[in-house]
Design a protein around this ligand. Structure first.
Ligand SMILES: [Zn+2]
Length: 452
């Protein structure tokens, strides 16, 4: 009886939510005989069922507890896995393959590439503010196809910003209240403080943002994770530390309830280790979604001999990546809130595919596959304070989920075997998400103003 009442409430909720939903509207979906990964780290449930009604999960659990609605579209997932959609909480939607040049017109291709690869939520962590706010608004309204978008707007940096195109330059603490007020009005999901901000400025920024209920996430490159930065009142780091984290640093960050976004793929990209064998460019999540000229230019980049200063930089980056790999394990063992991010695009870091590689790197660093999945689902939602809305397969959550022809709880690379993406209760036509010269004009990027 209780179940019936709860279902009734969900039906009513779903009824309200399905306004504007698409094909199959009103028809529930029942995924049966699946292996269920709930996203919260629970053991996989064999022979499970998931019932989706409207935009909402009505049931997720053992087949023994389900009553499949008579009118449901049945998906037999025997031998397959159902799990929540993945989240990449560190991407930039404006870039070209190199991460530096700018292609503001190619956003739809990026959004499609992510959805194709099962990335159903993203956070853009630094961009042209009005542009990315509009993308967020259009996606939320259902006029733009792609993952759910969170964003930080433009970054906040010092008088000499590292990315002048993408940052507000702050020269005095007296500018901060006005900037925070503007970000509050823009409803940014977090504020990002960038590399050249002094600790004093970060302190003022965190304090002012805190008054408005907005959290500050930062990237200060090789200083990420340092106690001096933790002490400024920030909420988290947009990358894992590449510096050695000793017990005292870890304890201090723990006391301050700091979160981390992983981005191992980008530290690996700077180390150029993945570019030694560019066979991975044949991966369907890349090959199906990427313009050929991106791959041509990337191959040229990978094959070009490095200059002596470049070689030295690469050597330093290898050390930094190894440290980040050690830190992701250490910080995980210490119980931090850690969510997945990639920093795509960079050379060899692709929107969509990059997230799957991120999960593989986490497992290589010592995480269990289910733990890595949790960092990309439930814990990503916790990081966004949205765990009651998305990120797990439970009754009442958003019906955004993947059906996978494999068992990623045992082999993390099986997340690459996505067969079906369901977003907000709607089965996504993945063939429409592939790169297509008929619908993509082939915009060419222009140089960005990067001034490290
Ligand atoms: Zn970034």
């Amino acid at each position: 009886m209780k179940i019936a009442l709860r279902c009734m409430a969900l039906v009513l909720m779903a009824g309200l939510c399905t306004v504007g939903a698409s094909a199959g509207e009103g028809q529930p979906i029942a995924i049966v005989h699946a292996r269920l990964i709930d996203g919260m780290g629970g053991s996989p449930v064999e022979n499970a069922a998931v019932v989706v009604r409207g935009k909402t999960i009505e049931y997720a659990g053992p087949a023994s507890g389900v009553s499949v609605p008579k009118d449901a579209q049945i998906i037999d997932a025997t031998g397959k896995t159902v799990m929540p959609g993945l989240a990449d909480l560190h991407v930039h939607l404006q870039g070209s393959w190199d991460g530096i040049s700018v292609d503001l017109l190619g956003y739809q291709r990026y959004l499609k590439a992510m959805l194709y690869a099962g990335v159903t939520t993203l956070m853009d962590t630094g961009n042209y503010q009005p542009w990315v706010l509009q993308l967020r608004q259009e996606q939320a309204a259902g006029r733009l196809q792609g993952p759910r978008i969170y964003c930080v707007g433009a970054m906040i940096d010092s008088a000499d910003p590292a990315w002048p195109d993408l940052a507000y330059a702050v020269t005095s603490r007296y500018q901060i209240p006005e900037i925070v007020r503007r970000d509050k009005a823009a409803k940014v999901d977090m504020i990002k403080g960038y590399s050249n901000l002094s600790e004093h400025m970060l302190h003022w920024l965190s304090e002012e943002a805190g008054k408005e209920g907005i959290r500050v996430v930062i990237d200060q490159w090789e200083r990420n994770g340092s106690p001096d930065l933790v002490a400024t009142g920030i909420s988290g780091f947009a990358h894992l530390p590449t510096r050695k984290m000793n017990e005292v640093d870890i304890q201090f960050a723990k006391e301050h309830n700091i979160f981390f976004i992983t981005t191992l793929t980008v530290t690996e990209a700077f180390a150029r280790t993945r570019l030694n064998d560019i066979g991975f460019l044949k991966e369907p999540y890349i090959a199906d979604t990427t313009p050929p000229w991106f791959l041509t230019e990337l191959r040229e980049f990978a094959n070009k001999p490095q200059t002596e200063p470049e070689k030295k930089e690469t050597q330093e980056s290898i050390v930094a990546h190894q440290e980040a790999m050690r830190n992701v394990k250490k910080l995980h063992d210490a119980g931090f809130l850690i969510a997945t991010g990639t920093d795509a695009p960079y050379p060899g870091v692709f929107q969509g595919e990059g997230l799957h590689h991120e999960l593989e790197l986490m497992v290589e660093a010592g995480w269990k596959p289910l733990e890595a999945i949790r960092a990309s689902t439930y814990d990503a939602a916790r990081l966004m304070k949205a765990e009651n809305e998305w990120g797990s397969l439970q009754a009442g959550r958003r019906a955004t989920l993947l059906i996978i022809a494999g068992n990623p709880a045992e082999r993390i690379s099986d997340t690459r075997k996505i067969e079906t993406v369901i977003q907000d209760g709607k089965i996504v036509d993945r063939t429409e998400l592939k790169y297509d010269t008929k619908t993509d004009a082939g915009y060419r990027a222009v140089p960005g103003l990067f001034n490290p």
